[in-house]
Design a protein around this ligand. Structure first.
Ligand SMILES: NC(=O)c1ccc[n+]([C@@H]2O[C@H](COP(=O)([O-])OP(=O)(O)OC[C@H]3O[C@@H](n4cnc5c(N)ncnc54)[C@H](OP(=O)(O)O)[C@@H]3O)[C@@H](O)[C@H]2O)c1
Length: 332
């Protein structure tokens, strides 16, 4: 049965989104991208995540981010995204930027983890099969591997590009020093690093300690993952832990993370957002996007409503000095 809702590919989709160049590459990404780490697995409802993906595309979100292990079960987010492609988005392949990664545990034995050429290239083939794609747009080394020569890991990315299985090479979770070395090797290989996917939010400021400067100097973009700190930087937990929330699932976010101190900070940030006539989620995303070195914020959403709320960050008023100082006072 065909399940394509009739609102797919709204004619005005590209007027609603801002597109930012990734570093000094030729590729522009939507300021808001959609990640499929959660909510697209075999435990989730097809009707819900299918609607989220189409609503995103309809709003100009051209970039969908995956990894081999997204689910649960690992691999199921790619399989499910493959179904969305087949049933709905296939005609728009040239309008989409689809990424995947390898680097975390995917299968048993010594060749299903970390950064060997053996793992990365086999994993990419498996990802393409699951999604039913000929190529991905971006292929990431998901994390650095201190036991594998960086030349081997980067060489695998470069060969994936040369083989036409990926259009661009990229890295994730590399620190500043590792990033400089990886960028240099990829450039020497003739397959420059497109983008770095780093954890960055009001609550996680690490990229400000050198990485953002390095990326700007090297002409590499930054895409900020978990920009809402997995939902903490929203109004989700202001009045308890909803049964359908990530914290209630107790896997990647835990009830015990919600300390009284953290909840007090979230409430104070929420009050600043209300003063700006925004939700906290909108403000947290706008706060990242005020830095033009941030190519895109890579959100997750468990409903179309959350997605639409997050997209309103694009229409956010500029921050006043007073607001920025008030935010820093809460975060310090
Ligand atoms: N490279 C890496 O190592 C790495 C690691 C992690 C993530 N990522 C990428 O980053 C993407 C996003 O990560 P993330 O899911 O942690 O991002 P996030 O945007 O920080 O958190 C998303 C979660 O926050 C809640 N939420 C979102 N919008 C909301 C709103 N407007 N109001 C209230 N709650 C809202 C939802 O949780 P509920 O389920 O509670 O509704 C949603 O699933 C992933 O899908 C993946 O592509 C990459």
């Amino acid at each position: 049965m065909k399940t394509t809702p009739n609102y797919i590919a709204a004619p005005d989709r590209y007027t609603k989104m801002e597109y930012r160049r990734s570093g000094r590459s030729g590729l522009k990404l939507p300021a808001v991208s959609l990640g499929l780490w959660h909510n697209f697995g075999s435990v989730d409802r097809y009707e819900n995540y299918h609607a989220i993906a189409l609503a995103a595309f309809d709003a100009g979100v051209t970039h969908f981010d995956l990894a081999n292990n997204y689910g649960p079960v690992p691999g199921s987010a790619e399989t499910n995204f493959g179904r969305i492609m087949r049933e709905s988005l296939h005609p728009y392949r040239d309008e989409l930027i689809i990424s995947t990664k390898a680097g975390y545990t995917m299968w048993d034995g010594p060749y299903g983890d970390w950064g060997s050429r053996k793992y990365l290239l086999a994993s990419l083939d498996a990802s393409l099969r699951r999604m039913g794609l000929d190529y991905v747009d971006i292929f990431y080394s998901h994390r650095p591997d201190l036991e594998t020569p960086l030349e081997e890991t980067m060489g695998a990315l470069s060969d994936a590009v040369r083989q036409g299985k990926a259009l661009y090479a990229a890295i994730s979770n590399y620190n500043d020093e590792q990033t400089r070395a990886a960028v240099e090797i990829l450039r020497r290989n003739g397959t420059p690093c497109l983008i770095h996917q780093a954890k960055y939010s009001m609550f996680v400021r690490r990229p400000e300690e050198g990485l953002l400067d390095t990326l700007e100097r090297e002409g590499v973009g930054l895409i900020a993952f978990s920009p809402l700190a997995q939902g903490l930087l929203t109004d989700r937990y202001l009045h308890g832990v909803p049964a359908d929330s990530r914290a209630a699932r107790e896997v990647f976010l835990h009830r015990s993370d919600l300390t009284p101190e953290l909840l007090a900070k979230i409430s104070r940030l929420n009050a600043i957002a209300v003063g700006r006539k925004q939700t906290l989620a909108e403000m947290a995303l706008a706060w990242l996007l005020k830095d033009c070195r941030v190519t895109s914020v890579l959100i997750g959403a468990s409903s179309v409503g959350q997605l639409h709320d997050n997209l309103k960050a694009l229409a956010a008023p500029d921050f006043t000095t007073g607001e920025l100082e008030a935010i820093e006072a809460v975060l310090k």
